[in-house]
Design a protein around this ligand. Sequence first.
Ligand code: OSB
Ligand code: MG
Length: 368
Amino acid sequence: MKIESLVFHHISMPLVSPFETSFGRETERQCIIVEIRSEGLTGYGECVASYNPGYNYETTGTAMHILKEFIAPLILGKEVKDAPDFQYRVAGIRGHHLAKAGVEMALWDLLGKRGGKSLKQLFGGMRDKVEVGVSVGIQGSPEKLVETVTDYVNSGYARVKIKIKPGKDVTYAQAVRKAFPGIRLQVDANSAYSMDDAESLKPMDDLNLLLIEQPLFEDDIWDHHKFQAKFNTPVCLDESIVSPRHARYAIEMKACRVINIKAGRLGGLSQGVLVHDLCKEIDMPVWCGGMLETGIGRASNLALASLPNFILPGDVSASDRYYKRDITNERFALNKDSTIDVPSAPGLGVTINDESLKSHTLAKVVVN
Ligand code: OSB
Ligand code: MG
């Protein structure tokens, strides 16, 4: 595919309710929409970097810089064959996985549109709908948390993840477990703890949790091995797994029993598929993480989660859990069985609402 032009849309989307994690509170979500023209077709991708470097060192600012100055020149006017070819071309750019992944997604959309195949078909997905859960931000009190969780359970979510941080952890998780004895429950610390805190988190082991996500430092795998050895509950790594290589390190070190796959963090959907395949070989379950995506990134997450080893429900909730107005014409709804349908139209299977995209745009950069 000859790459004829790239457009980067820096957008800001108001969230329906604030989202608080151990690294901060967001009321709006920023990201960069990547638009690529090639041979009469337009492909879209979403770079999931946000305004703050709280989850990842990348931000919308650094991503815009890397996209415009370094990634675009490597592919503009070039014949890019597929995702591996793209990865080969950008291999000289160290890190900046979120930026790379945004472009790779747009290339997948183009490949699918050109060949008349959905991303699910291109990846070899097995499911027409995938099981999903909801990620609930930190709340002011255990009572408030139970109230919020109740609303989500009533709207049909059969799996709940709660965000935790020091001082808002064990008692919060206990309150939810008490209110919902049978629900599939898990917690996510986003690197808020150190090994010195492990003992205080030990009561989590009595709550029949599916997993404890990323308790320790984002650049650490070894201490997670020590943490996992102390707990019966599976440890799941998110931030620490930035490549298929890191997934192998974590597996070999017995640092976790589950991996959260996010294409952005790994540097592209192709890398997400590789981590999926690696884990499948050794029977380690994976699930699809979320970055509060717009309809574009959400469509790609659903396609990825249709692969066979996505055994646990993903953080891929319905559109109305995030945005009143999305930038895609399609909205994703929750089915009665806590699933969401995987798009089946060519490429990502979504169309852009130009007016909505424009009204959410803070800045636009054209490279041609
Ligand atoms: O750690 O999984 C995370 C959102 C932004 C950054 C990091 C994370 C999250 C979520 C939300 O948990 C998942 C979603 O619903 O998109
Ligand atoms: Mg996480």
